[in-house]
Write a protein that binds this ligand. Structure first.
Ligand SMILES: [Zn+2]
Length: 65
């Protein structure tokens, strides 16, 4: 019987991990989900717990001429 060959493509770029950004509905502080996951509870620095999910900022590399 033939076993399927599994090729691990190491040259593939790692799955890009992007941060989801949440904005506190009270004070407007932006927090990333990474920061939130580090906290013992999902809570803003102001103590508010309601966040609005915002799109991550698109980082454009603008080269100054
Ligand atoms: Zn807040």
């Amino acid at each position: 019987m033939s076993e399927p060959s599994i090729e691990t493509n190491e040259s593939m770029p790692a799955t890009e991990k992007f941060d989801v950004i949440y904005k506190c509905l009270r004070c407007g502080t932006n927090v990333t989900n990474t920061e939130l996951s580090r906290l013992p509870e999902i809570k803003c620095i102001c103590g508010f717990r309601v966040f609005n999910k915002v799109r991550p900022p698109i980082v454009k590399s603008v080269q100054a001429i």
